[in-house]
Design a protein around this ligand. Structure first.
Ligand SMILES: [Zn+2]
Length: 387
């Protein structure tokens, strides 16, 4: 493996890890870096530009770690995390229900009610009652509700039993010093653990007793690490977690809901609609880049400011579709054009064609004839090979 291949492999492994654990790629990259003794991924790539290179053994170790985690995606996780066909039907005091598991949670579905029992043992069961049947809902009967939750808990127990069977024994049984082993990740045994989400410091018995969910914020086992490697020297140090008193019964949270889809417009949705409209407003490759480069600010009242980059959006051009979308949403839209460095020299080239491929070709040709082209890691394919 060349040095470059090794880095590529590490990045690929981080991607696989991120996908399997549902975490952002940058968290996975930083995790890989920390396993190799770097505070974060950028410092690893920085060192890789100089003298340092990962050894074959280091790459193999990361590969083994990721394989260990991603192998849970397959057969083991199927029965633990359930699937579309894994449904148990039954009746609770004459009321039919369907039981299933999804991502570790147990879901129980009745005619006009649903119960979700979270995988995190210290989280309350959620009970949803449909608004139309709120008055005469079977879940209004306390005895029935407790019985239904008991059925869900029973399935959770069986799912957990199978899950814990795959865990090392030391993950659930602390030793005399309170040291425990991580159930999914290959790490040293210790009696101090840290939550990636809330930075809490958790003892071995606490984390084992809560089935490796953070007792503070409920984060899942893959977020629990023996060192708080994500904290920089200037970050606040982790403090011991505030855990619930042992044996305390958890009251279910009951809510009356309208099961119909409900639109509660947020900033993200507004941003995407406006961005999509900007693309619709473009008439050439340059403006299309402008639609991508435009900064879209949405305030708390969902009013929008679109800030175009001057090289990629004509100052007097009205984004007609974006303005119409804003009108439909009942929000204000302000437009501005700000100066910035163009992405490439001769940005005007993008205005002569609709095609991004054609623009790229023109741009490369211009650099070749009137500028210089740096050697890149990948050689730029000569036009003749593309044709
Ligand atoms: Zn936490």
């Amino acid at each position: 493996m060349t040095e470059n291949d090794k880095l590529k492999t590490l990045k690929l492994l981080a991607k696989r890890y991120a996908r399997a654990t549902g975490q952002p790629l940058h968290v996975a990259l930083d995790l890989v870096a920390s396993r190799l003794g770097f505070p974060h991924w950028n410092s690893l790539t920085g060192s890789a530009k100089g003298e340092w290179a990962p050894s074959e053994a280091q790459v193999a170790a990361i590969k083994a770690l990721v394989l260990r985690i991603t192998s849970h995606e397959g057969t083991t996780f199927d029965h633990i995390f359930g699937g579309a066909d894994a449904i148990t039907r039954g009746e609770v005091r004459g009321h039919p229900y369907e039981l299933s598991t999804m991502l570790g949670d147990v879901h129980m579905k009745g005619d006009s009610w649903r119960i979700v029992l979270p995988e995190n043992p210290s989280a309350a069961p959620h009970v949803e009652i449909d608004i139309e049947q709120a008055q005469n809902n079977p879940m209004n009967d306390r005895v029935l509700l407790v019985e239904a939750i008991g059925i869900a808990k029973d399935l959770m127990k069986r799912v957990n039993a199978r899950r814990f069977a795959d865990w090392p024994r030391r993950a659930t049984k602390p030793d005399a010093e309170g040291k425990v082993r991580h159930p999914l990740l290959e790490m040293e045994e210790t009696n101090r653990w840290y939550c990636l989400h809330c930075d809490a410091e958790i003892t071995g018995p606490q984390i084992a007793g809560n089935q490796w969910h953070c007792p503070g914020c409920g984060a899942s086992p893959i977020n629990i690490f023996p060192e708080a490697f994500w904290l920089g020297p200037n970050d606040e140090r982790p403090v011991p977690v505030q855990a619930r008193a042992e044996g305390q019964e958890i009251e279910p949270i009951v809510s009356v809901v309208d099961p119909r889809p409900r639109l509660d417009l947020n900033k993200d949705q507004v941003t995407h609609l406006i961005r999509a409209a900007l693309f619709e407003d473009t008439t050439n490759a340059s403006e299309r880049m402008g639609a991508g480069l435009a900064e879209i600010w949405v305030d708390d009242d969902l009013n929008v400011v679109v800030s175009f980059k001057d090289h990629y959006w004509p100052e007097d051009k009205e984004p007609v579709a974006a303005i119409k979308v804003a009108a439909l949403l009942g929000i204000e839209i302000d437009l501005e054009v700000t100066w910035s460095n163009p992405l490439f020299a001769w940005p005007g080239l993008g205005t002569v064609t609709h095609s991004t491929v054609e623009y790229t070709r023109l741009m490369l040709d211009a650099y070749r004839s009137h500028g210089t082209v740096e050697k890149t890691r990948k050689p730029i394919t000569p036009q003749s090979e593309l044709l």
